[in-house]
Design a protein around this ligand. Sequence first.
Ligand code: NIG
Ligand code: FE
Length: 417
Amino acid sequence: MNLVVRNIGVLATPKGNKAKGGLQQGEISLVKNAFVAIKDGKVVYIGDETKKSDKDYLRENFPYKEIDAEGKLVTPGFVDPHTHLIFAGWRQKELTLKLKGYKYLDILKMGGGILYTVEKTRNATLQELVENAKKSLKIMLSYGTTTCEAKSGYGLNVEDELKILQAIKILNQIQPVEIVPTFMGAHAVPKEYKDKKEYIKLIKEMMPRIKEEGLAEFCDVFCEEGVFDLKESEEILREAKKCGLTPKIHADEITPMGGAKLAAKVGAISAEHLIHADEEGIEEMAKNNVIAVLLPGTSFYLGEDFAKAEIFKEKNVPIALATDFNPGSSPNESLQIVVNLACLKYKLTPEEVLTAVTLNAAAAINRASTIGTIEEGKNADIIIWEADDLDFICYHYGTNLVNKVVKKGALVWEVNV
Ligand code: NIG
Ligand code: FE
């Protein structure tokens, strides 16, 4: 089926198949009066409504279905490259503790935090996990997310980690948001393990099977004080690489650990959080093409500092943005609020932010050749906004500004009128 998105006021998109850093990150193509022609889920032509030859092109390619963008802003579908989507066990009870002054790591040490969610996730059936995540995916989609990454890490044993990854597989078949799976057995040390070494051994044993069964593409580690230290993280990520899982790392989130440097050392595709990353680590990331996945919603929610985006920019490290959606440090599915925070707290421009939630985010999950821009040959993942320009979506916060979402050429979400 052919589809044409017509009457686009302005089509705003980054271009290319590679993550962009430095000044290039702010280079956005703006096409006025555009239309996007789609065939078999892919963009086949981007035309100008006011040009006769382009109109002839449309006429010659009948029949097609048409979506009227009503002169609004159109961008690529948002890509959320860091979520902990699959879980049971929301943690609203922790809010009161937080207000009393308990810190995130204090709550984890008390046996709560991630470990609370682990207990609930272990007790949940596969079907329950699928149902929970389906609700969140529906919200994500309504806010413009057409692809997301999802990490395991609330199972922390063979059976339950596999259950989580299985849930991702099922969700990819029953709803429109594409989910890219990451194995994160190294999210915490489960209560039943007194000896961390034993648990690391188990993590390493799980990897070949996960890779073989096609259940994950990446492996992530929570490199943090009291969780996995630098040496342990390196050991896990090196093994992951051997098994064919691409390394990612939760780096320098709460405590400066040297995680950014480790990401570069092990050849990670991305390093995440990076609130306390030092300059040397950032330089190493630049040299080794590691993408910085920054999570301003988590800084906001934990009451932590914000990552120093200007240093990543200065050193030419491509910045991607993500929600970090999870029940503890970032109970939020919306990339729109992340866009607002990135402008206000990182001082990124609307153009840099757009690249961060599309092309760079796609690159952080190894999808930059198929998604992340609206260009001929790429998947037709498109947002039609209730906005006239890019500035508006960065400025107007707290409400959903999405009007319609197209995923692989199909209309998958529309605002209720
Ligand atoms: O990215 N840091 C570790 N993982 C998540 C939090 C997960 C949780 O608290 O449940 C994060 O902040
Ligand atoms: Fe995270």
